[in-house]
Design a protein. Sequence first.
Length: 184
Amino acid sequence: MEPVFCFEVVLLGNSNVGKSSLLSCYVNGINPKQIQHTAGVEFLVKTIAEPCGNIRLKIWDTAGLERYKHIVQSLYTNHDGALLVYDIHDRKSYNDVLNWAKELNDWTQKPRKVIALVGNKADLSANRVVSTEEAEKYAERNGLIFWETSATTDLNVSKCFLEVAIAIRNAKTLLKHNRSSWYL
Ligand SMILES: Nc1nc2c(ncn2[C@@H]2O[C@H](COP(=O)(O)OP(=O)(O)OP(=O)(O)O)[C@@H](O)[C@H]2O)c(=O)[nH]1
Ligand SMILES: [Mg+2]
């Protein structure tokens, strides 16, 4: 499949929220039972067949563990979009990705990034501490894409990556044609 568009996105979020599981589910169609903590950064590539032109996504998976923070910090600016992943059962993981969102959503950055807020582990609804409404409202107010996902049951995983890819393509197309948009 020859790609017409090539974009880079990064998965950010605390350790254990399921970033690597989401990536594996999306790219390889599997959710490994035994998964190791990511050390530093890794990437996988997925090509999406789209009527307007195939999109090649290079997806960077980052380590959520504190000891790799300096490596992750050095990478996160070089991409077209970001998926900020939290675990719907872990309030700290949600608060921490909102800090990423504030940093990435900085109005001084031009062009702006496409950002998705992703509440993972939605297959386990018991003991949820972050409601759908709360995260959805935040996303709406701040111009973020929002999905709740499960890497275990493959809930909304492809939909989420696809929406990010299309939003990047649309933003870049607007830029190319010098049209004004909130990404400019
Ligand atoms: N129930 C459930 N468990 C999940 C889901 N996604 C991931 N997990 C589990 O959560 C644990 C952590 O998943 P990882 O994908 O390694 O998390 P990570 O965010 O990549 O963690 P770091 O690499 O340390 O940053 C593993 O035991 C996964 O099997 C999900 O959607 N539902
Ligand atoms: Mg990982």
